[in-house]
Design a protein around this ligand. Structure first.
Ligand code: AHR
Length: 502
């Protein structure tokens, strides 16, 4: 099969916000403990953070890190994680049936995050707590000095305010599994009160209100409408969360997961704009897609296996998906979907970062390595600069049970007017054979091919593991040819490709 597309810097969707390349660290399983933090590991620094993991996180190119949850935050007392480490309480984490030692808290995480070079995005607990605790955390974090909680932060070892701009108003409050789960009405009122109070203290905060936990929730659509009716004037973003997995051996349907993400984003944009019209508002609400990934939830419900409450473990192995090439192609495609909606998706977080449904894995006392999904994320974060471009793709479709007829190829481009560089990102979803893509690049003028990367393997289920940590990696795509403004590239079956021109 063949496909055609056009690269033209005038076909702008919107600026690519760096926040789209965010990630997520939750106190869950081995993400924090025995993940980023493992005192005693040969690569640990004086604070107990693994420097080998830190290097990989930097290489991944994450712009923002959402913390500390997730479901965890809905039962979290942030005060437990500050002050002298030896007097911090051990708590039962009801979300993940684990023992939380609080050895990593706000100060440690903020310092680690600074060393990564990423922006801190905090979530407040609107499950078991409310307006006062959110205000306390904001005062502790962002007020310079001279008040009880800001002076406490200084006494606890962080003299400068953390200056946190991005705040999530709770987590997945539509989900019956969430501590303090509420109706849209009740959550909308609480989120509005919390947002107003937080802005009274710090008008510079940017606030994310909870949308649906996924687009299959029975309340999807109505939840967004009701919540935004209560909070439209108070917030900047509404969240989307989505996880995809191959179900019942349907690889073809799984490879088209980004079609679902496209539709999800467009439905939430339509709902937010409906509320905007009803309210006659001048303001536009953006999307923070602050949990997205491949997650084989059918295979694991590990926390349900942990039953004896007196034996809840420290840092158990939970949600440790091993990602295949096909999973990485889907992750690359989900990034394409986010960029195709760059005008409205201006923040996003790959969930999560280390060990827990993560691009980076670690072994206690042992190595850290890149999962297959690491590569499309790192390359897209590095190469996608400037404006996102529509590419006017024309190609064949194939039938799927889940999404109907879907295009075999998906693609998006970015163009940076400051450097003149263009990047093209493509996937071939076909299981059977390659696709030759012809790209009209005439509008770019006289450019050269700077880099090509294709992630593909004869076995779409090949993965990187502790035993074989470098089994899968992207390679140069030698088929790329650029002549007289026309570029051709062959995309192998089940593959993800990035091409940089300039
Ligand atoms: O990322 C794992 C979990 O998925 C998060 O804790 C929760 O918000 C979502 O359901």
């Amino acid at each position: 099969p063949a496909a055609r597309l056009t690269l033209d810097p005038r076909f702008t969707v919107g600026a690519v916000h760096r926040r789209v390349f965010g990630s997520f660290v939750e106190h869950l399983g081995r993400c924090v403990y025995d993940g980023i933090y493992e005192p005693g590991h040969p690569a640990a620094d004086e604070e107990g953070f693994r420097t080998d993991v830190l290097d990989l996180v930097r290489e991944l190119g994450v712009s923002t890190i959402r913390y500390p949850g997730g479901n965890f935050v809905s039962g979290y007392r942030w005060e437990d994680g500050v002050g002298p480490r030896e007097s911090r309480p051990k708590r039962l984490d009801l979300a993940w049936h684990s023992l939380e030692t609080n050895q990593v808290g706000l100060h440690e995480f903020a310092r680690w995050n600074d060393r990564v070079g990423s922006e801190l995005m905090l979530a407040v607990n609107l499950g078991t707590r409310g307006v006062q605790e959110a205000l306390d955390l904001l005062e502790y974090s962002n007020v310079r000095s001279g008040s009880a909680l800001s002076d406490q932060r200084i006494a606890d070892g962080t003299p400068e305010p953390l200056g946190v701009r991005m705040w999530c108003l709770g987590n997945e409050m539509d989900g019956p599994w969430q501590l303090g789960h509420r109706s849209a009405e009740d959550y909308g009122k609480l989120a509005s009160q919390t947002a107003k109070a937080m802005r009274q203290l710090d008008p510079s905060v940017q606030l994310v209100v909870c949308g649906s936990s996924n687009s299959d929730m029975p309340t999807f659509g109505a939840w967004e409408r009701t919540v935004l009716e209560h909070t439209y004037v108070d917030v900047d973003y509404i969240s989307c969360h989505a996880y995809y997995a191959e179900k019942d051996g349907d690889l073809a349907g799984f490879l088209a997961s980004a079609v679902d993400m496209d539709r999800f984003i467009e439905a939430v944009v339509a709902t937010a704009d409906h509320v905007k019209a009803v309210l006659r508002s001048e303001k536009t609400i953006d999307i923070s897609f602050d949990e997205w990934n491949v997650w084989n939830q059918d295979r694991f419900h590990d926390e349900d296996q942990i039953t004896d409450i007196e034996q809840w473990p420290y840092a158990p192995r939970l949600l440790e998906d091993v990602y295949s090439v096909a999973d990485a192609v889907v992750v690359g495609n989900l990034l394409i979907s986010l960029l195709k909606h760059a005008d409205r998706v201006t923040s996003a977080s790959l969930a999560q970062l280390v060990n827990v449904i993560a691009p980076i894995m670690t072994e206690p006392g042992g190595p850290a390595w890149r999962q297959t999904t690491f590569f499309p994320f790192a390359l897209t974060s590095r190469l996608a600069r400037g404006d996102a471009l529509r590419v006017e793709l024309a190609c064949e479709t194939y039938p799927t049970g889940k999404h109907g007829d879907v295009p075999v190829v998906d693609a998006v481009a970015t163009h940076d007017p400051a450097t003149g560089r263009t990047a093209l990102f493509l996937v071939n979803r076909a299981i059977e054979g390659p696709v030759t893509v012809t790209v009209d690049a005439g509008a770019l003028g006289d450019v050269d091919v700077l880099e090509t990367h294709t992630l593909h393997d004869g076995d779409p289920y090949a993965a990187n593991t502790l035993a074989e940590p470098t089994r899968v990696a992207p390679g140069e795509n030698k088929s790329v040819l650029l002549e007289n403004g026309s570029l051709t590239v062959e995309l192998p079956p089940v593959s993800w490709t990035a091409i940089s021109l300039g």
